[in-house]
Each structure stands twice: as structure tokens, then as C-alpha cells.
Design a protein. Structure first.
Length: 274
């Protein structure tokens, strides 16, 4: 293999998902960078790799990063995380940036990623999605993070742990309303399941029974723009036009109804001319 930095995805629960290319990369690597060398040690043994391992995460010092980058011109260096795709709620972006800045090759050995796996079974729109990672643990920061994306017309994807699932579902329902959602748990493992329902239904289901294991929460986008009738738009515009210009009234109503501003503006102009 050519020297450089290789980003290697690893299984999220089922070793059968470890790709032949990923395994070959770990065998060919001169150095494997790992979050937890015990976890990665098992994977290296399974792949038949005798590569040297070193612990690496985004708290590693600039000096440690410089040492790694200095090897990239001559060595094959692989970055793995404990499970899934490195850099996705896992360490690596600082190293990739440093490697690129120094002009080295950065290649990916793509594979499992819980966010994408969750999206693929949830049955929610996937044309536009926003990966949100882990919500903050504290209630205020969590509701602020949810409010920030409440009007986005996109499916939202969150990582979560079993112990915090019920709190997060309640906070999501409070901030986003009765949207369709899914809880994908233990993907590719023995007790894999994907439970769907509205956020309220899911919050109720997990209120008393603690869900174990690793979890992805997927929340569908806000209801279709078309759901707001012309009468509703006109009524709200009528009120807004009492105090605002057509363009400001349109912006205000479009945001509240989650509608394209252009459509509401055309209506506001008609009403203000009438
Ligand atoms: N880099 C990983 C990836 O590509 O998915 C994610 C690492 S992040 C530190 C770990 C979180 O991913 C878990 O807390 C959970 O939310 C999610 N996760 C990982 N494996 C999972 C699985 N098998 N089923 C459901 N969620 C999983």
C-alpha cells in the first residue's frame, strides 16, 4: 500500500461486517492508531495483523500529532475507533486536517456507521438529514440544542445511551412536537430492534422500561409545508400585515408555519394590494 493515513471503519456489533479491505489495511499498516488498544487489539488479532498500536484521540497533544504526521510520507498509518467509522462522534478530525495540511494522502476504508445504519431501517425521509451526535446531558443545553434545529426541514439523527433515552425522547417531544421517529437499538447485534412511532409514543414506551445498549434516535422532519391551508396562511398574514411590511410579515409567517418564504411573500403582496 502507498504510505499515508488510512481511515478504517470497523464493525458496530457484528464482526462479519469487517470488510476484507479494512482487514488488509490493518495487516499492511506499520502503525495502527486506536482509541482503546484493548478493543482494537482483539480486532487486529482477528484480522491477523501484527501492526504496532498506539493510543490516539482528539486530546492527544500537537506534538504527538506532529510525530504521527512525520511518519505519513513513508509509513502506512491506520486510524480506527472502538466501533464504526472514525471521526463520526469519534476522534480523528484534527489528525486528518494535520495530515492534509502537510500534503499527505488520506484515504478511507468505508464501512459500518450507526447513524447511517439507523437511517436505513427507520423508514423516515433520508433525502435530507442532519447528524446531531450526542445531545448535551444538562436539560437547558439539551433543549437549546433541540430548539436550534426545530424548524429545519430535515430528518435528525442522534446518538444516545440507554440510560438517557427516556429523558432525551421527552425533551425531543417538547421541542419538536408530535413527529414520527424511530429508536434503533443494538444494530447488527443479537438483540437488534427498531421501534417506530411518534416522539410521544416512544417517550411513553421508554418511560418505565430502561432500554439497554447502544441507540440511534431518528426524528422525521416537521410536517409537510402543504399541510398549512391557504385560509390559515391568509389569516396569519392578515394579522401580521397590521404591523409589518409584506416582506417582514411573510418572513414571520413562513417561519412559524415552516413554509417556503417565497410562497408566503406572494400571498402577502396580494393581500396588501387588495
Ligand atoms: N463512530 C461510530 C459510528 O460510526 O457509528 C459512533 C461512535 S459513538 C462514540 C458511539 C454511539 O454510536 C453509541 O453511543 C450509539 O449511540 C451509537 N452506536 C454505536 N453502535 C451502535 C449499534 N450497534 N446500535 C445502535 N447504536 C450504535
Amino acid at each position: 500500500m502507498d504510505p499515508g493515513l488510512y481511515i478504517v471503519a470497523t464493525p458496530i456489533g457484528n464482526l462479519g461486517d469487517f470488510s476484507p479491505r479494512a482487514a488488509q489495511t490493518l495487516r499492511d499498516a506499520d502503525l495502527v492508531l486506536a482509541e482503546d488498544t484493548r478493543v482494537t487489539g482483539k480486532l487486529l488479532a482477528q484480522a491477523g495483523s501484527k501492526a504496532t498500536m498506539r493510543r490516539y484521540d482528539d486530546h492527544s497533544t500537537d506534538r504527538q500529532r506532529d510525530d504521527i504526521v512525520a511518519r505519513l510520507g513513508s509509513d502506512v498509518v491506520a486510524l480506527v475507533s472502538d466501533a464504526g467509522t472514525p471521526l463520526i462522534s469519534d476522534p480523528g478530525y484534527k489528525l486528518v486536517r494535520a495530515a492534509r495540511d502537510a500534503g499527505h494522502d488520506v484515504r478511507t476504508m468505508p464501512g459500518p456507521c450507526a447513524a447511517i445504519a439507523g437511517l436505513s431501517v427507520a423508514g423516515l425521509p433520508t433525502d435530507r438529514f442532519l447528524f446531531m451526535g450526542f445531545l448535551p446531558a444538562k436539560a437547558k443545553a439539551r433543549s437549546d440544542a433541540i430548539a436550534e434545529v426545530a424548524t429545519l426541514r430535515a430528518t435528525l439523527v442522534f446518538y444516545e445511551s440507554g440510560s438517557r433515552l427516556a429523558d432525551s425522547l421527552r425533551a425531543l417531544e417538547a421541542g419538536l412536537g408530535p413527529r414520527d421517529a424511530a429508536v434503533a437499538r443494538e444494530i447488527t447485534k443479537l438483540h437488534e430492534e427498531c421501534v417506530t412511532g411518534t416522539l410521544g409514543e416512544l417517550a411513553g414506551r421508554y418511560a418505565d422500561s430502561v432500554a439497554r445498549g447502544e441507540i440511534v434516535i431518528i426524528v422525521g422532519p416537521p410536517p409537510e409545508a402543504a399541510a398549512a391551508s391557504d385560509e390559515t396562511i391568509d389569516r396569519m398574514l392578515g394579522d401580521a400585515l397590521q404591523t409589518l411590511s409584506p416582506s417582514r410579515a411573510a418572513a414571520d409567517v413562513a417561519e412559524r408555519l415552516n413554509l417556503p418564504r417565497k410562497r408566503v411573500y406572494a400571498r402577502a403582496l396580494d393581500l396588501s394590494r387588495a
